[in-house]
Design a protein. Structure first.
Length: 312
C-alpha cells in the first residue's frame, strides 16, 4: 500500500490546523515559545500511550523485549528535534521583522530545501513529477502569503517584490525553512534505521524520542530564561492538554508518513494545510479574495494533484 502515506499526511495536516487554532489562545498568556512547548510537553504522554498500544499489540521485532536504540538513530532523531526548535526561533525572528503571512511564506521554502537535504544526506532523489509539484506548490504558497508591492514594504508602493528577498525577514525565514527541512530529513533518517519495523510503530517510537528531547531542551530553556511562561503553560493545563493531544496525533501522522515515504514529497503534500488555513480565515473573517490569491490556490492545488498522481 505505497499510497497510504497520502491520506495519513492529509489527516495530519487537518489535525495540525486544529492544533494551531488551539495553541493560538496560549500565545497571549504563555508567549510563542511557551505555546510551542505545549505541543511537546503535553503531547508526549499521548505519544507514549500510542507507542505502548502498538508495542503490546504488534511488537516491532519478533522475540524482542525492547526496541534497539543505536547511536545512528539518536543522531538522526536529535537532529530532527533540535533543528525544529531552532527553526521555530528563526521563524519568530522573521515574524518580528515582517508580518506572520510573509514570514511563513519564506519559511515554506522548506519544501525546496528538504528535497536538497534528502538527496545530500540520505541519497533520496525526488521524482520529476514530484519536483514539478514542489515548484508549483511553493509558487502557489508565495502568491497566497506574500502581499502585493504596495503592502509589502515600508518604502511604499515603489518597492519591488523581489527586494523583499534581500531583507532580514527573508534571511530569517529561509534559514527557518532550511532548519525545518533538516528536521524532516532527521526524522526520515531515524525511521530508516529500523527498516523491518512497521511504519506505524517506527513513527510512534521516533515521535516519543523526539518529543522527549524537545521537552527537555525547550522546557529547560524556559525554566532558566522565562519561568513565567512555563508557569502559564502549567496553569492553562486544560487548553494545553487539548493542544497537546491534537499536536501528538498530527505528529504521529507526520512521523508515520516519514517512515513510509521520502521527506520531500511528504512535506510538499503537507502544504495543503496552507489551503485549510486560508479557507478558515476567509470563512471566519469574510475577507475578500484577490485574483492573486485565486491564482495561488490554483497553482497549489495543481501542484498537489501532480504530486498525488505521480507517486500514488
Amino acid at each position: 500500500m505505497t499510497w497510504l502515506w497520502i491520506p495519513i499526511t492529509l489527516i495530519a495536516a487537518v489535525l495540525q490546523t486544529a492544533r494551531n487554532a488551539a495553541q493560538r489562545g496560549l500565545i497571549k498568556t504563555a508567549g510563542t515559545l511557551g505555546a510551542t512547548l505545549v505541543r511537546f510537553l503535553y503531547g508526549l504522554p499521548f505519544a507514549v500511550v500510542w507507542l505502548a498500544i502498538l508495542h503490546y499489540q504488534h511488537p516491532p521485532v519478533v522475540n524482542a523485549d525492547a526496541p534497539d536504540v543505536s547511536a545512528a538513530f539518536l543522531m538522526w532523531v536529535s537532529m530532527g528535534g533540535v533543528s525544529q526548535i531552532i527553526a521555530t526561533a528563526f521563524l519568530l525572528l522573521a515574524m518580528q521583522t515582517r508580518s506572520f503571512a510573509v514570514a511563513t511564506a519564506y519559511a515554506k521554502t522548506e519544501v525546496l530545501q528538504v528535497a536538497l537535504f534528502s538527496f545530500v544526506l540520505l541519497g533520496e532523489a525526488v521524482s520529476t513529477g514530484g519536483m514539478v509539484a514542489i515548484l508549483l506548490s511553493v509558487v502557489g504558497v508565495m502568491l497566497l502569503s506574500v502581499k502585493p508591492d504596495a503592502q509589502m514594504g515600508d518604502g511604499g508602493a515603489g518597492k519591488r517584490w523581489w527586494s523583499e528577498w534581500l531583507s532580514p525577514a527573508a534571511f530569517y525565514g529561509i534559514v527557518a525553512g532550511g532548519l525545518f527541512g533538516l528536521s524532516a530529513v532527521g526524522y526520515r533518517g531515524a525511521a530508516l534505521q529500523h527498516p523491518d519495523w512497521t511504519p506505524f510503530y517506527s513513527g510512534a517510537f521516533n515521535l516519543v524520542w523526539a518529543q522527549a528531547i524537545q521537552t527537555v531542551l525547550l522546557g529547560g530553556w524556559l525554566l532558566v530564561k522565562n519561568r513565567q511562561a512555563l508557569m502559564m503553560v502549567m496553569r492553562e493545563w486544560k487548553l494545553s492538554l487539548a493542544a497537546g493531544f491534537l499536536g501528538a496525533t498530527a505528529s504521529a501522522g507526520w512521523f508515520t508518513s516519514f517512515a513510509m515515504h521520502n521527506a520531500a514529497e511528504v512535506r510538499a503534500l503537507s502544504l495543503v494545510e496552507v489551503l485549510f488555513g486560508f479557507f478558515i480565515s476567509h470563512q471566519w473573517y469574510k475577507e475578500k479574495t484577490e485574483k492573486r490569491e485565486l491564482l495561488g490556490m490554483a497553482l497549489l492545488l495543481l501542484g498537489l494533484a501532480v504530486l498525488v498522481t505521480s507517486v500514488s
